[in-house]
Design a binder for this molecule. Sequence first.
Ligand SMILES: *Cc1c(COP(=O)(O)O)cnc(C)c1O
Length: 232
Amino acid sequence: MENIKENLENIRARIDAAAKRVNRDAKEITLVAVSKTKPIEMIEEAVLAGQTEFGENRVQELKEKHDHFGDRATFRQIGTLQTNKVKYLIGRASIIESVDSEALISEISRLAKKAGITQDILIQVNIGREMQKSGVMPEQLDALLDLASKAEGVRVIGLMAIPPKCEDPEESRPYFQKMYRLFIDIGAKNMDNIYMKVLSMGMTRDFEVAIEEGSTAVRVGTAIFGKRDYMI
Ligand SMILES: *Cc1c(COP(=O)(O)O)cnc(C)c1O
């Protein structure tokens, strides 16, 4: 059995230490507990230990968990998203982190307007240029941001990335550096409706390196809730 409270304390201490190494304030960094595939009871334990932000990658699961916890916890969509599933997320997902197409932006805009809300989103960047991976290619980012800046009901609040899988977290560093540069460059453009507040990068294996390179939100699952029973 995982001791979730202890795991959270341990991760928060590692976040503090990583921030300190590069003279950052750890308060700038959000710990997103990735609870995908994990039961309500385990999330409850995390909430009792003071954790409020969670990440899910299946729409149905996010819906159920959001509806269970109400305003005691927030859930972000971090997984690949199909256009026809957006309807379950509007009003439920605090942030949709995995937006990477015009079709998704249009659908989020349409449904958010209908619901009378503004949906916060991140644009996912395929920073490793991997064939099989979601995310917009870096050279297509400007065009997508341009479109998003005009989409009513949608507010871009940052970027998200998952670098290529590797053994050594140091191998992720150059990708995190590239993401940070994009984050700063886009922020400097001062585009309407585009805010570079959140840079979501870093997972169990490499979150400390991500923090050293400017991450403001780390998505940690395994180190909090233990191994997942099946790969999704
Ligand atoms: C599953 C997942 C995570 C968490 O991964 P761990 O290695 O368990 O920390 C982070 N981000 C995304 C997008 C995920 O799908």
